[in-house]
Design a protein around this ligand. Sequence first.
Ligand code: FAD
Length: 277
Amino acid sequence: MREKILSFELFPPKSEKGFSDLKKAVGKLNEKEVAFFSCTYGAGGSTQETTFATVDWLRSQKINTAPHLTCIGNTIKETINILNRYKKQGIERIVALRGDRPSGSGVSSGDMSHANELVKLIREEFGSHFHIEVAAYPEMHPQASSFENDIENFKRKIEAGANSAITQYFYSKDAYSRFVDQCTSLDINVPIVPGIMPITNFHNLKRFSATCGAEIPRWICKRLESFGDDVESIKQFGEEVVSELCDHLLSDDAPGLHFYTMNKSAPTLALWNNLNL
Ligand code: FAD
């Protein structure tokens, strides 16, 4: 088996308690061998400072860190300043995104409109210093006019200099394999690493999935609904379904797995152990 690219995603915590929970979770997750921990970033600056604080702490622990960076709402100057800060911290990998403008925030649109412009800027200003990850959507980005158009736009990011991609989470392995096949037919040959979302809280997952371009298949929805408030059954079923998905993906030669940890160690580690990673 080729060496897999494994990674964990965190989000910047909103409180002191959240930060201390994150540190505990990272302590456990960091016992596993992963390529990097990534940390999300709120478009329009909503979590900018907490992203920096989280990245600072991860670097103080000598953890390979890949900060996410969104371009919407930021000027080119602000973006370059942030990248310089990261470069000084020894960071060599960035997840480059457009982001979504927070609704009703009055945040200006900034100097860039799409992620391909951010990738281009990073390459122009920093050469090959950063390994650039971009987002991919096996079930299509929710604002895309068509699947074909979305893949063409994905290709723009690769042509601008992205090295690899992380997908939005999905629960249909066919959606992923078709997406990868279509990319290959368009000569997009970078690793496209599946994003894996553990299932622990059905209501939150349903709400989030409705907005982000990820579909929960009907059969999974129906089974999860049938458990009502039985949290243990939801977790157990979720673990089975997602472990099976990961197993299929790895057997089908997916280049790795990127776990959306939601700042918790147990659900991701349960999958990890089931997969004997
Ligand atoms: P783009 O690649 O710019 O695509 C956005 C839309 O515009 C698509 O519909 C695309 O088809 C279209 N498009 C792209 N380029 C062009 C072009 N040149 N001309 C015309 N149309 C174009 N959000 C955050 O706020 N913070 C995060 O940290 C964060 N992390 C994420 C991590 C991953 C792995 C993923 C999958 C998503 C993440 N998001 C994050 C969400 C992401 O910001 C949103 O999905 C956003 O709507 C699109 O970002 P993008 O980088 O994919 O944008």
